[in-house]
Ligand binder design. Structure first.
Ligand code: NAP
Length: 272
């Protein structure tokens, strides 16, 4: 798989921070060129300069809000205009919302659905047909440990990740014998800005977590070999446990873990 991807282009969404920036770094280390997408152009430009200096990586930066209705399509058109063929798509951009029903802002939840689900589906259906035609390519979708069960106080986020898990697994078997690999990556708590943006600051300190470096290394090792990778053996055991326990019990348990410690602050997800 990796021999075929050297000197080819990878598109990474949400590349300005966290897991997405780490995907860009490790893919550059493996010899791929990169299209970096997120809203914070200054961070993408910095990363592009870093990767060019370190690995002579060719980087194209596209600043775009993928939660806008036409955002993903604009990225597709811009990539075509720049004459780039995407051989690896990493649908990583995403955010979560933790909170009680009374504190929810429905516009923010709709933004979450457009980013976590719509953008990934639009980009997949834009690039997958070309990969199938060339009999060559791969897609990585960032799902989550929360995809394996309903999660109280994170219901919309966890459902969006369950969507991505099912979407990936179903497509993966459809295209399995046609030269294209599809992988769903399911990290547990990971050391990024995610929980600050989700309105659950402090969560990261309270729970065992993995580094983005570990998440991405495991994902890239699994690509082409598996259809789903859960990061960390303890997290993997949890996915087995929720299959054995009753659904009612599992969702009730999630309340204990995810009950908000403070109210959601209604603000943009952009963090500096
Ligand atoms: N951290 C965890 O514990 C954890 C666990 C399981 C799964 N995940 C998943 O991992 C993925 C990456 O999250 P992370 O932990 O690395 O968090 P992060 O550091 O907050 O990164 C999120 C990325 O998404 C981008 N993004 C957010 N809204 C966007 C929009 N409207 N348009 C375009 N890009 C947007 C952000 O860039 P801009 O702000 O510059 O746009 C940023 O680059 C997400 O899909 C998340 O659900 C995370």
């Amino acid at each position: 798989m990796w021999k075929q991807l050297v000197d080819q282009w990878a598109l990474v969404t949400g590349a300005s921070s966290g897991i997405g920036a780490e995907f860009a770094r490790q893919l550059a280390g493996r010899g791929m060129h990169l299209v970096l997408v997120a809203r914070r152009k200054d961070l993408l430009d910095e990363l592009a300069a870093e990767l060019h200096a370190k690995h002579a990586t060719r980087c194209e930066v596209i600043a775009c809000d993928l939660s806008n209705q036409d955002g993903p399509q604009q990225v597709v058109l811009e990539i075509a205009r720049r004459g780039i063929t995407v051989e690896l798509l990493v649908n990583n951009a995403g955010f979560g919302v933790v909170g009680e029903v009374e504190d929810a802002q429905v516009e923010r939840l709709q933004e979450l659905i457009r980013l976590n689900i719509n953008a990934a589906v639009t980009l997949t259906y834009a690039f997958l047909p070309g990969m199938l035609e060339r009999h060559h390519g791969a897609i990585i979708n960032l799902s989550s440990l929360s995809a394996f069960q309903p999660v109280a106080y994170m219901s919309v986020y966890a459902s969006s990740k369950a969507f991505l898990l099912h979407f990936s697994e179903a497509l993966a078997v459809e295209v399995k014998d046609r030269g294209v690999a599809i992988l769903a990556v399911c990290p547990g708590v990971t050391q990024t800005q995610f929980f600050d943006i989700a309105g659950a600051a402090g969560w990261l300190q309270k729970h065992a977590s993995h580094s983005p470096e570990r998440v991405v290394r495991s994902a890239l090792d699994a690509l082409g070999r598996r259809q789903v990778v859960v990061i960390g053996w303890k997290n993997y055991l949890l996915t087995l446990l929720v299959r054995i326990a009753s659904r009612a019990r599992v969702v009730k348990e999630s309340m204990r873990f995810f009950r908000p410690r403070r109210k959601i602050e209604p603000k943009s997800s952009k963090l500096k």
